[in-house]
Design a binder for this molecule. Sequence first.
Ligand code: PLP
Length: 422
Amino acid sequence: MFKDKDEFRPLENKAWLSSPTMHGDELKYMQKAYETNWMSTVGENINIVEEEISKILESKYTVGLSAGTSALHLAMKLAGIKRGDKVFCSDMTFAATVNPILYEGGIPIFIDTEYDTWNMDPKALEKAFELYPEVKVVVMVNLYGVPAKIDEIKEICKKHRAYLVEDAAESFGAKYKGVQTGTFGDVSIISFNGNKIITGSSGGMLISDSKHDIEKAKKWSTQSREDAPWYQHEEVGYNYRMSNVIAGVVRGQLPYLNEHIEQKRKIYERYKEGLKDLPISMNPYDKENSKPSFWLSCMIIDEEAMSEHVRSDKKALYIREEGKSSPTEILEVLANHNAEGRPIWKPMHLQPIYRMNSFVNRFGNARAMSNAYIKHSQKDDEGRAFDVGEDIFNRGLCLPSDNKMTENDQDRIIELIKACFE
Ligand SMILES: *Cc1c(COP(=O)(O)O)cnc(C)c1O
């Protein structure tokens, strides 16, 4: 369908999903680390990055770490997870949210997603506490830069005296009711991975109101040395501290946080406008209460406009149908034209590694129910799927969202997507 049309030739410059955007100061601060020989996990860049982020997030304590994943691991330790403890966790997310629960021997129980923000469904969380009242830790994510229904989730945690870990790796700079995400958990984390809104090439940060907790995490991150003239150890340690060179990159990036968000917002709005006549919608957010970071722009195809589309564990197949399309078709067309999209994070309860873990949706223990008599395709009175995460995974995809993508290239991507529905 694309062969003869000149407008459908591949993009000259690849449109990435989300790639690092450097501005120059990063190199200056890295160079400074080099010239002053602070080439380790101590130095000015780290101190300043921790201070600056405390300022951005408003008077929180912070500790710079080697990755968002190491921050999450230390968060699980602060939450006090012990071997065999059950932990409630967002289901539709990147595996890095969940893996640290296993590092501590915890057992994740996955909480289904809601359609309004594509995050943890408070109704399902409430159900989960009915089923497992002994649970003491909840791990929630703000997916793709969109704040979750944070007040509802916090309220439920308070009611059940549960400790909240907020994974704000994708939502640094996003606000919920005027307050920065990354500040809502008893402990929260952000990431400076290469494709995040601000990058250090790698790196992450742990954030808390508790000075005591942050000091503890800092000690753990530097091999848990006791205050003694020699290497004295009373507990297990980790090598998780942020490097002063990496911190130089983050330091150079921080002044551009709002600019990056603004660029990402424009990308989202242009997709929304350009695709408005198609049977799709953009990933939703609460317009009244939330200011997302728009880290990734995503779309979801209306159910009636889905062509036949099946996925096995490793492969996908679709049938081309007039007036319809599928995530696989769109991703394939984009890839063939030098544009990088991505499937929605495949929900954790559908992952082979977590096939034995419980999955709770708004009706209750979904695995037990689906095995017994309710089919996954079943809908409720409002036409909502039984398994919301699976439904969004089946019909949704992430669009090229790089802030260096030109308007012209984005227009061509929009035309390519339109052509998929012809
Ligand atoms: C990127 C990401 C992480 C992990 O961050 P790293 O810095 O790559 O370790 C954790 N959770 C979510 C939701 C992420 O997107």
